[in-house]
Design a protein around this ligand. Structure first.
Ligand SMILES: NC(=O)C1=CN([C@@H]2O[C@H](COP(=O)(O)OP(=O)(O)OC[C@H]3O[C@@H](n4cnc5c(N)ncnc54)[C@H](OP(=O)(O)O)[C@@H]3O)[C@@H](O)[C@H]2O)[C@@H](O)CC1
Ligand SMILES: [K+]
Length: 514
């Protein structure tokens, strides 16, 4: 699914009106009906209490006015706080005109702020995608008052003051802190960035029938990868056509189709990383797996992973030798590797000699960060799986999340590689600069070894001869997160450990088979 800029969303609204021979007033009514439907589902009139709708002068405010009318008609108690302005949008004017006269209206001013008690349900319809400057004056006073009130806040389309697709020009200007944000048709890039989490709260998408043709043709580097069906996501967001699919295994498929992977992992005290990554690789469907470990890891791998072959290094504590690469269709390096000079030399030799896809993680990334000259050796289509700290070591400290996305796109385009930047909405960045955010996973996955599991899974899918690199990376990230969601249903988020992820990779991948 694509994520569009504010300018594209405005064009999408216009295209929808044109193509469907409707009017902007009718489209606003659809938006209001969808919002009302969401509110009916989440709050009965008794749970909602008297709802305060704060409306700005544009179409976001128009949505708020139309919603107030529908809520009133459905038996909810509502009152309005309207921002004074020199000019109002036509659909605002229309919806103001058709308001039932019994609804109480307060004109907002800095001197006379609305009564908001802790727990009051407030709908933020001040500004949406038309925000053209940081909030000041009455609008800023109202938002500060709202943020200080401990109200329950549902934001329409965007929390007011937040831009859909760019950093805030004035960090001092206030932004509404919503509990829920309800977006029309598509989520917004801003929702996926950690710096906005406190403003956006939980976000939801309601379908208002915006032009599918316009969306299909829109050009954007930003995408969200969803699970097929309804699993774990908003119904309106669930992919009818899956965003990515794992091809079914043919009846006569041979294990060569699924490849022979080599994993270089582990050092004294960190052989567990090799165990986790190799387990994930096996559960990820690899044809054959060989694990190269330091001598101290030999018995461990042979015991815990009887399905894998094991190559013990002559060094007991760390990896110092690169095996002959001929038998393998993909090579992964990094989990628990340590940062010994001998291991760095193995990494360098691998980068120079490998003719097959590589997956680079953890300590191997730290070695690349410390020896950046090695980046020039990265074979095309190598997959790197850094978390934010590791990515910073490879590039520079980002000013904010948007700057980090710029750094990410520059990096993959320069090095012709794929970066899986791990986080709440893990981003898969492709060499052409396209970025695919992930929609699965939960905070329980922020636990030791979770990254090792992802590396093993990416390695398995890179060894699969049927998949291209970007598809393999997107599938691995989606299945990894879904495995975490399945596991958390049994363990809870706090009780989730990386081994649980390995156990759930099979069912998580099965959902993606088409
Ligand atoms: N189009 C459609 O069919 C549909 C659209 N929909 C809804 O429309 C929303 C977009 O509406 P919109 O374009 O009217 O923009 P909106 O966010 O209401 O604000 C613009 C107004 O605010 C003003 N203003 C801006 N910044 C300001 C500031 N800092 N401080 C003070 N004023 C400021 C600005 O003034 P100006 O910049 O012109 O001076 C203008 O008057 C979208 O988010 C969705 O909710 C849905 O109904 C679906 C159908
Ligand atoms: K809003």
């Amino acid at each position: 699914m694509k994520l569009l800029s504010a300018a594209q969303i405005r064009a999408l609204d216009q295209a929808t009106i044109r193509e469907q021979r409707t009017t902007s007033t009718a489209l606003m009514e659809r938006a209001a009906i969808a919002l009302a439907g969401w509110l009916y589902q989440h709050y009965t009139p008794a749970e909602a209490g008297e709802i305060l709708l704060l409306c700005g002068p544009g179409n976001n405010g128009g949505d708020g006015l139309a919603l107030a009318r529908l809520l009133y008609l459905a038996g909810y108690a509502v009152r309005l706080g309207l921002l004074p302005a020199a000019k109002y949008s036509d659909d605002y004017e229309y919806n103001h005109h058709v308001l039932p006269k019994v609804i109480a209206i307060q004109e907002l001013s800095a001197e006379k702020l609305p009564d908001i008690q802790p727990g009051t349900l407030v709908v933020d319809a001040l500004f949406g995608t038309g925000l053209s400057r940081p909030l000041d004056g009455v609008a800023a006073a109202v938002v500060r008052h709202l943020n200080g009130s401990h109200a329950r806040v549902v934001a329409i389309d965007l929390p007011s003051g937040l831009l859909a697709d760019a950093p805030q020009p004035d960090p001092q200007a206030p932004v509404v802190r919503a509990s829920h944000t309800i977006s029309f048709g598509l989520p917004k890039l801003a929702f996926l960035l950690p710096q906005n989490a406190d403003y956006v709260g939980e976000w939801h998408v309601v379908d208002i029938g915006l032009s599918p043709d316009f969306i299909a043709q829109a050009d954007t580097p930003w995408h969200l990868t969803r699970l097929p069906g309804t699993g774990g996501f908003d119904a309106a967001l669930a992919a009818r056509q899956p965003d990515v699919a794992l091809p079914r295994r043919g009846k006569f498929a041979y294990k060569n189709t699924f490849g022979h992977a080599l994993l270089l992992a582990g050092s004294r005290g960190k052989v567990g990383a090799a165990v986790l990554a190799s387990g994930a690789c096996l559960r990820g469907g690899v044809g054959l797996l060989t694990v190269a470990v330091p001598g101290c890891g030999y018995d461990i791998i042979q015991t815990t992973r009887p399905e894998a072959m094991c190559l013990p290094d002559t060094q007991a504590d760390f990896i110092s030798e690169l095996p002959d690469l001929k038998p393998y269709q993909a090579v992964g390096i990094g989990p628990g590797l340590g940062q010994e000079e001998a291991s760095r030399a193995v990494l360098e030799k691998l980068l120079r000699e490998a003719k097959v896809p590589l997956v680079i993680d953890a300590d191997a990334l730290n070695l690349l960060g410390e020896h950046r000259e090695l980046l020039a050796l990265l074979p095309e289509n190598t997959v790197l799986t850094p978390h934010i700290g590791e990515f910073t070591r490879l590039t520079e400290k980002a000013r904010d999340d948007y700057h980090r996305l710029d750094l990410l796109r520059d990096f993959v385009q320069k090095h012709k590689c794929i970066v899986i930047l791990k986080g709440a909405y893990t981003a898969v960045a492709a060499p052409d600069g396209q970025v695919y955010f992930n929609s699965t996973g939960n905070p329980g996955m922020g636990t030791g070894g979770s990254g090792d599991v992802l590396t093993g899974l990416v390695l398995a899918l890179r060894a699969d001869q049927r998949l291209d690199t970007v598809l393999a990376a997107r599938l691995a990230v989606l299945a990894h997160g879904h495995a975490g969601d399945l596991a958390a249903r049994e363990t809870g988020e706090a009780g989730l450990v990386a081994s649980d992820l390995v156990q759930h990779i099979g069912p998580a991948l099965a959902v993606l088979v088409q």
